[in-house]
Structures are given as structure tokens and as C-alpha cells.
Design a protein. Structure first.
Length: 131
């Protein structure tokens, strides 16, 4: 499996390679939702509403994921697994076990889907006339 070989690109210590291989599934989940959130953030930036992505990221990462990761890593003694689990697993919210990045993707997705595209296009055309 690739997850058992990936770390050898950067390190040849078997203990480090084994730890990386254990954490790779969590990294894969993280990347899936990160891709979705990145696309939605790009759409919002294109609309000139980048502040929504900024607020969602600050709330999700600084107030949910980071405290959860630190708690799982050091209080629950999960170590590196806890840090990554905190990034993908938000246990401090009312929506227990909702993926933190999934929550961010959901917030941004709602903003994108509820966009008033006609008004956005008209605003872009007005900006284009000024230039």
C-alpha cells in the first residue's frame, strides 16, 4: 500500500514511517473535504465575498478543530492521531462527530448555493465599466 511507503520519501526511520502510515487515512479524509472547501472558497472570492470564507475558517479551525486536536492529542493521549482527528472530527459542537472540515465545506456551500447570481453579475459588470 502507498501509505506504508509514502514517508520513505522524507525519512528512513521505521518508527516514523509506521506513524505516518497510521495517520494517512485521517489525512485522506482531511484532503477530501479540504478540496470541497477550497473550491467553494474560490467561488466566494470570485464573488467578492471572501470574508465569509475567512469567518468560517477562523471559527471552524481556531474554535473547534484546534482545541479538539490539542485535547485529543494531550489530554486523551492520542498523540499525532489526536492532532489529525481534531482537524477532521469536531466533538465539541452540537453536531457530534461532524467533520470539522466538512462543517466548513457545508457553511461555504450554503453561501455559494444561496448566492444571488444576478446581483453578483450586475455588480461585476458595474466594476468593469469603471475600469
Amino acid at each position: 500500500m502507498a501509505r506504508n511507503r509514502w514517508a520513505y520519501l522524507f525519512n528512513d526511520d521505521p518508527a516514523v514511517v509506521a506513524l505516518v502510515a497510521q495517520v494517512m487515512p485521517l489525512c485522506a479524509i482531511f484532503q477530501l473535504f479540504d478540496a470541497i472547501a477550497s473550491v467553494e472558497g474560490g467561488i466566494l472570492r470570485g464573488q467578492g465575498r471572501q470574508h465569509l470564507g475567512g469567518v468560517a475558517n477562523v471559527v471552524v479551525y481556531w474554535f473547534i478543530a484546534l482545541p479538539a486536536g490539542l485535547t485529543l492529542a494531550f489530554k486523551a493521549n492520542w498523540g499525532l492521531h489526536g492532532l489529525w482527528a481534531g482537524m477532521v472530527c469536531s466533538w465539541k459542537t452540537l453536531l457530534t462527530k461532524l467533520l470539522a472540515l466538512g462543517l466548513c465545506a457545508l457553511i461555504l456551500g450554503v453561501a455559494v448555493l444561496r448566492s444571488n447570481w444576478k446581483a453578483i453579475v450586475e455588480k461585476a459588470l458595474r466594476r468593469d465599466e469603471v475600469v
